[in-house]
Design a protein around this ligand. Structure first.
Ligand code: KG4
Ligand code: ZN
Length: 354
């Protein structure tokens, strides 16, 4: 494959990811060091701990990616790095490594928006994957992660029109909080998905926040409702000691009811947006897109309206360097170059409301 070969660095949250990406699509190397086990102990991410872990892992991850890719510095056309949104201390680790490498090896530096990375994961091809056509525009994408939940339309590369977003919690954040409530640990998303699969009773309906005709989302009401249903279930089970856990079967029912509500709203709005905007492709991205129930539900809807769906494999939905290389290549080809003043932008927006 032709096109620029980029070294790409992601460190915005709790994953240290470094990749080598050719032509904005082909993965030559993609190494991710996850801090999930580290943050499981505290039940969530502690920013200072995350930043220190990035410092600890960034060079070993770089070494491994470099060895996997089998490239030389002369082959590298540029260095792409996430500069926001995310945790300032974490972002700075990636940015400073990228700047140092760009300075030492005299390579152009490209700043990438983390959210645009999640969108561009749809372009990626694994090392041995057969080439497939690029996603066709206009496309409608749902990005659902621990920090963000939004629907966006892309009419061309790097051209985003925000259709709607969460007015309170991100979907992943709601999964994580409810996971903690149900005693399922951190991160809650995968744990809730596993627990929900075992639910025998599936008739407890949790509320859905439809937010009228808009493409906005809200999950804080559902979180409160889940807490109430949880407390009622504890009472019904005669549990008074807070240390006494709910039976697994009840946890499974609650996990199922909560997950069903979140996914019903996410999938329904995504399909409606794709229909309304005349989308030629639907894309899912972000950590919550690793959820197989969401993937299946959107696939069913996409099939019904006859629009191709692209969902990266789960490892490319959660944070990684490859997606930053895919988005970075588009910025590189558009002639964008970052200066030495490239800085962490914790609240960098993808697109402003139209
Ligand atoms: O994109 P990501 O790796 O990091 C952010 O940019 O936030 O997303 C992490 C989020 C977490 O909230 C996690 O609970 C959620 O993605 N997640 C899932 C699943 N796997 C990860 N949520 C639901 N189902 C899953 N299978
Ligand atoms: Zn992310």
């Amino acid at each position: 494959m032709s096109g620029p070969l980029l070294l790409a660095i992601e460190s915005s949250c709790d994953e240290t990811g470094i990749a080598l990406i050719e032509g904005g699509r082909r993965i030559r190397a993609n190494v991710v060091a996850s801090q999930v086990a580290l943050h499981a102990a505290s039940g969530g991410i502690v920013p200072e701990v995350a930043a220190r872990a990035h410092l600890r892992w960034v060079l070993p991850v770089l070494d491994e990616a470099w060895n996997d890719g089998g490239v030389e510095w002369a082959d590298i056309d540029g260095i792409a790095v996430t500069h926001g949104p995310g945790l300032a201390g974490s972002l700075l680790v990636g940015i400073n490594v990228a700047k140092t490498l760009a300075w030492v090896h005299d390579k152009p530096l490209i700043g990438v928006n983390h959210l645009e990375g999640h969108l561009y994961a749809a372009w990626l091809l694994d090392p041995d994957e057969d080439a497939r056509p690029e996603p066709a525009f206009p496309l409608v994408a749902l990005v659902v992660s621990g920090g963000h939940t939004f629907l966006v339309e892309m009419t061309d590369h790097l051209t985003y029109r925000l259709l709607g977003q969460t007015v309170d919690d991100a979907a992943g954040e709601a999964f994580d909080k409810v996971g903690r409530l149900l005693g399922l640990g951190y991160p809650g998303g995968p744990a809730i998905m596993r627990a929900a699969a075992d639910a025998l009773r599936r008739d407890v309906t949790f509320p859905r926040a439809w937010m009228g005709e808009s493409y906005d989302f809200s999950f804080s009401g559902l979180k409160t409702a889940t807490r109430r249903i949880h407390d009622e279930a504890r009472l019904a089970a005669g549990l008074k000691d807070p240390a006494e856990p709910l039976p697994d079967a009840v946890v499974a029912e609650l996990a199922h009811g909560f997950q069903d509500s979140v996914i019903d709203v996410l999938a329904t709005k995504t399909i409606r947006a794709a229909e309304d905007r005349g989308a030629r492709t639907i894309v899912l991205g972000g950590g919550v897109a690793a959820n197989t129930v969401l993937r299946d539900r959107v696939a069913l809807g996409a099939d019904r309206i006859g629009v191709p769906l692209i969902v990266p494999r789960p490892g490319l939905c959660t944070d990684n360097g490859a997606m930053i290389g895919a988005a970075g290549a588009r910025r590189f080809l558009a002639g964008e170059r970052a200066g030495w003043d490239l800085d962490a932008r914790p609240t960098l927006p993808l697109a402003r409301p139209a």
